[in-house]
Write a protein that binds this ligand. Structure first.
Ligand SMILES: Nc1ncnc2c1ncn2[C@@H]1O[C@H](COP(=O)(O)OP(=O)(O)OP(=O)(O)O)[C@@H](O)[C@H]1O
Ligand code: SF4
Ligand SMILES: [Mg+2]
Length: 331
C-alpha cells in the first residue's frame, strides 16, 4: 500500500527579493513497511522536503505539486487543521536539530507524556492517569535504550547528551504509534556506538511494528545497513530512485554513481589506496542555479542537450532523469 505519494513537488523561496526553485519537480513514493532512504549532498534540499511533507515551511513560500497525498488524501488541499491532525496521528518527525524542536522550559518527562495519545490511556481519574502516563513514558524510554529513565524524565533538554536527545526523540516519535517515522539525519556527528544503536532501533521499529521509515542522510554506509529503497537528490532535483540493491549494481545517473564511488565499501573491486573518483566542484548555491540539468557544470558526460531539464524515465521500478545515462551508450 502506498502511504506517501509525491509528484512534481516544487518549492519556490524568496531570497534577496528573487524567487528561486529550491525544490524542482521532486518525486517520491513511500510504501507501507518500507525503509526509504533520501540521500544527497549537504544543501541538496533533503530537510526542505521533510518540512514540505509535514507542512512546516514559511507560509510566504510557494509550494505546488501535481500530487501530494497521504493514503490517498490530498495534503495540499486539506485545511491546515485537518492536516495537523492527520500528521499528528500518522507521521512522526525527528527533525535535523532535535534539541531545537524541544521546549527548553519543560522537562523531558512532561514533553513525552504530552505526546501520548488519549486512546492509549485506560484509567478514569487524573491521579490514576498520571501514574499510567509515567509507566508508559518509562516503557518508551526503555524501548529506545535509555536505562536511567528517572534522570532523563526529570531533565531539561539542555541537560542531556546529544545521543540521549536523539534516542529521546525516537521515543517521542514512537509515542503516537505512527505509520511513518521521518528521521532527518539522525546520526550526524555521532560516534560509532551511538550511531549503530540508533540505526538498530529504527530497523527494529520497522521490523517489529511494521512502521515505515524515511531515513534522511548522506551517510551511504548507514543507508546500506537498513534501507531497501533509495531516492537520490541533487540540488533540489530528484535524479534517481529505485531499489537500493539495483542502484548499487547499476546506477544510471552520473551523480548517483559519483555518490556510490565516494563510499569505498560500496565498491567491491576498489583496490587498496586507489583514488576515489568523485565529481569536481561543489553543489551550487540557490543564487547560481544552472539551467536544465543542475548537475551540468560538474558532470563529465554533459553535452549541449543538458541545458534542457531531462524528463523522468522508468525501467521497471527504477527511475532516473538524465539525457545520457550510464550503461546506455551502446543502445
Ligand atoms: N529558511 C531558509 N531560507 C533560505 N534558504 C534556505 C532556508 N532553508 C534552506 N535553505 C536553502 O535551501 C537549500 C536546501 O537546504 P536543506 O536544508 O534542505 O539542505 P539539506 O539537504 O537538508 O542539507 P544538510 O545535509 O546540510 O542538512 C540550501 O541551499 C539552503 O541554503
Ligand atoms: S542530463 Fe546531462 S548533465 Fe545531467 S547528469 Fe545527465 S549527462 Fe550529466
Ligand atoms: Mg538537512
Amino acid at each position: 500500500m502506498v502511504l506517501l505519494d509525491i509528484k512534481n513537488l516544487t518549492l519556490e523561496i524568496d531570497i534577496s527579493s528573487e524567487w528561486v526553485k529550491a525544490l524542482d519537480k521532486i518525486n517520491m513514493v513511500i510504501h507501507e513497511g518500507q525503509i526509504h532512504a533520501l540521500v544527497g549532498e549537504s544543501g541538496s534540499g533533503k530537510s526542505l522536503i521533510v518540512k514540505a511533507i509535514v507542512g512546516a515551511l514559511p507560509k510566504r513560500w510557494r509550494i505546488t505539486a501535481d500530487r501530494m497525498t497521504w493514503k490517498g488524501q490530498n495534503l495540499l488541499t486539506m485545511s491546515a487543521k485537518a492536516r495537523r491532525k492527520l500528521i499528528r496521528k500518522d507521521i512522526s518527525v525527528i527533525f535535523q536539530n532535535p534539541i531545537e524542536s524541544l521546549d527548553p522550559s519543560l522537562t523531558l518527562g512532561k514533553q513525552l507524556k504530552e505526546m501520548l495519545p488519549r486512546d492509549q490511556l485506560t484509567k478514569t481519574w487524573f491521579w490514576q492517569r498520571n501514574d499510567e502516563k509515567q509507566a508508559l513514558a518509562i516503557k518508551l524510554l526503555h524501548k529506545v535504550g535509555i536505562k536511567n529513565h528517572q534522570l532523563c524524565l526529570a531533565s531539561y533538554p539542555h541537560q542531556i547528551a546529544n545521543d540521549v536527545v536523539q534516542k529521546f526523540m525516537i521515543a517521542m516519535a514512537l509515542a503516537s504509534e505512527p505509520k511513518l517515522i521521518i528521521a532527518d539525519d539522525p546520526t550526524r556527528g555521532m560516534e560509532v556506538t551511538s550511531k549503530t544503536q540508533i540505526l538498530k532501533l529504527l530497523s527494529r521499529v520497522n521490523q517489529v511494528r511494521g512502521m515505515s521509515v524515511l531515513f534522511v542522510s548522506h551517510d551511504l554506509l548507514a543507508i546500506s545497513s537498513m534501507a531497501s529503497y533509495m531516492t537520490v537528490l541533487y540540488c533540489g532535483q530528484t535524479v534517481e530512485s529505485g531499489d537500493l540493491k539495483q542502484l548499487r549494481k547499476r546506477a544510471f545517473h552520473p551523480y548517483t554513481q559519483a555518490l556510490l564511488d565516494s563510499a569505498p565499501s560500496f565498491r567491491k573491486d576498489l583496490p587498496p589506496k586507489s583514488p576515489l573518483s568523485s565529481l569536481d566542484g561543489t553543489i551550487p548555491t540557490l543564487h547560481h542555479l544552472p539551467i536544465g540539468c543542475r548537475l551540468g557544470p560538474r558532470c563529465p558526460r554533459a553535452r549541449r542537450e543538458c541545458v534542457e531539464t531531462p524528463q523522468i524515465r522508468r525501467v521497471h521500478t527504477h527511475f532516473y532523469s538524465c539525457h545520457f545515462p550510464l550503461h546506455w551508450d551502446a543502445k
